[in-house]
Design a protein around this ligand. Structure first.
Ligand code: ADP
Ligand code: MG
Length: 256
């Protein structure tokens, strides 16, 4: 997947994405980092065809995304949004089954293939035992896994996740990142996610894309991108970048 010269504006006055370019490699984990308001979620919205750019194009498998039929495109990319809401009176299993809708015409009953996808999504996210529960009965970490299951059930080769670890404690953050990693390694999903925690971005990404003020300012492997200079110029923070035999490269913030 590639995007070229993408501009987008919410109000048609100021550009929130300013003619940006980048590449999402198939079968890899790409993480978008950057300060609040730099355009990370907006970029995900353009790449997933939620927002129509005013300029530029997004190419997926050799074809501009606008040229896909809605149903065809829905089978390419699933998105785990940052904020989610759902009726609280239905079971997890039923909620996850709604993710099959893009695969169906109207008034079609769930078939064997749908049933298998639902069970697979619940198993991947370790929610089998919770499938008869309702959202309100789950912990924050489990709830977040429900949103991932709702995307997985769509059986798309590409998964977007906007800040999948926000509001989770450190245990559930790592559990979520390990789940994402295993979806990539075991099932070959192409992952694009937004993270704020730089050390987690280093650890779980093949590629990092750095955004600032509506632009993609850097793109490369964690080792290429994460430097003291970048952290100062992008976030305005002083950090020390170190290498640990066990943890690998890591960033230690020392001040602003
Ligand atoms: P990030 O995800 O990096 O925090 P966003 O993509 O959400 O940033 O936002 C980029 C810019 O677009 C910000 O200046 C933000 O205020 C603005 N913006 C985001 N969503 C909307 C919206 N729905 N309407 C108007 N402006 C928006
Ligand atoms: Mg955002």
């Amino acid at each position: 997947m590639e995007f070229r010269n993408i501009s987008f504006s919410y109000n048609k006055i100021t550009d929130n994405l300013k003619g940006i370019n980048g590449k999402i490699e198939k079968g890899k984990i790409t993480t978008i980092i950057g300060p609040n308001g730099s355009g990370k979620s907006t970029l995900l919205g353009v790449l997933s065809r939620n927002y129509l750019p005013s300029k530029g194009e997004v190419i997926l498998d050799g074809k501009a995304i606008q040229q896909y039929k809605p149903k065809e495109f829905a089978q390419k990319i699933a998105v785990v949004h940052q904020h989610n809401d759902a009726p609280s009176d239905i079971t997890i299993e039923r909620l996850v089954s709604f993710g099959r809708l893009p695969h169906k015409g109207f008034f079609h009953f769930l078939q064997e293939e749908d049933e298998q996808a639902i069970q697979w999504a619940l198993t991947c996210t370790n929610l089998q035992e919770k499938r008869t529960k309702r959202l309100s009965e789950l912990s924050g970490g489990e709830r977040q896994r429900v949103w991932v299951a709702l995307s997985l059930v769509q059986k798309t080769p590409i998964l977007f996740l906007d800040e999948p670890t926000t509001y989770l404690d450190i245990y559930y953050q790592l559990e979520m990142l390990e789940l994402i990693k295993s979806l990539n390694v075991t099932h070959g999903l192409t992952i694009v996610m937004v993270l704020h925690e730089i050390n987690q971005a280093i650890r779980y990404s093949d590629q990092i894309l750095v955004m600032k003020e509506g632009e993609v300012v850097m793109e490369g492997t964690p080792n290429e991108v994460i430097t003291e200079k970048m952290m100062k110029s992008i976030y305005g923070v002083d950090v020390v970048v170190k290498e640990d035999p066990l943890a690998g490269l890591y960033v230690l913030p020392i001040g602003v």
